[in-house]
Design a protein around this ligand. Structure first.
Ligand SMILES: C[S@@+](CC[C@H](N)C(=O)[O-])C[C@H]1O[C@@H](n2cnc3c(N)ncnc32)[C@H](O)[C@@H]1O
Length: 237
């Protein structure tokens, strides 16, 4: 698997550097070989196998997922931020959710609420989390994320947007009240989908500290893309 190492190189902004520091350990999140408080090694190996299996299935069936480079970065961000509640809009088969939930399990805290419109995908994702031994960390909710985020009552400290570009702004607006000060917002496809999510990008870039992180990726449907990583500040709303 190709390592996503660019953010450990020189020339990073203060935001990228502060977010990256806890993750600059040589990519321990990828192989799953190290031990952590809430996750014995055998359980992690099951997750790694499931991630690799889903990687293969998604490529074969053209189920758009983040891929290993962005998946590893997501994991690093979770590790650095230590969130209690992560919300993902756009579960698909659970690929990115596995990268996130594995880190939560390693941290021994936190849970993921992942929302998927397609009932059959949501069902498959639940099975994948179950098989990976991570179902206690993840709740997959079926429905339109633009509506379901409004029903989340708890405070959220990590939001991952990956559910059709035009939905990013309504998902963000729907959950903004429950974002903790300092919450991390990560928006996938900020490179290839920038035009479609322009309203969202304008909003976070104009009010919060926000970075566009570029990735060389190796997916059948793309070779270069970005994620927008934002630190949400309540005072800047
Ligand atoms: C790019 S895929 C998500 C990939 C996933 N995050 C991963 O990396 O494994 C986008 C998913 O969003 C779902 N979706 C589209 N519109 C949605 C909405 N309004 N609410 C919830 N999910 C939606 C699609 O059905 C699709 O499965």
């Amino acid at each position: 698997m190709k390592k996503n190492a660019w953010w450990c190189s020189a020339g990073l902004s203060a935001l990228a550097l502060s977010l990256a520091l806890a993750g600059c350990d040589g990519g321990a999140g990828e192989g799953g070989g190290d031990s952590g408080p809430g996750d014995p090694a055998p359980a992690r190996d099951k997750v790694t196998k499931m991630i690799e299996e889903l990687d293969r299935i998604c490529r074969e069936q053209t189920v758009y997922m983040v891929g290993p480079e962005k998946g590893a970065r997501l994991a690093e961000l979770v590790r650095a931020h230590e969130p209690s509640v992560v919300v993902e809009c756009g579960t698909a088969l659970g690929y990115s959710g596995l990268w996130i939930a594995r880190e939560l399990e390693k941290l021994g805290k936190g849970r993921l609420i992942s929302i998927e419109l397609d009932a059959d995908r949501a069902r498959q994702a639940r099975e994948h989390f179950e098989q990976a031994g991570l179902s206690s960390r993840v709740e997959v909710r079926t429905g339109d994320a633009r509506e379901l985020v409004r029903k989340i009552r708890e405070e959220v400290d990590f939001l991952f947007l990956d559910c059709n570009y035009s939905n990013y702004e309504p998902c963000y607006s729907g959950i903004e009240d429950r974002l903790k000060d300092g919450a991390l917002l990560v928006a996938d496809n900020a490179g290839i989908g920038a035009v479609g999510m322009q309203d969202y990008l304008d909003r976070v870039r104009s009010r919060h500290e926000s970075e566009t992180e570029w990735f060389e990726i190796d997916l059948p449907w793309g070779k270069r893309d970005a994620m927008e990583v934002t630190i949400f500040r309540k005072a800047a709303r």
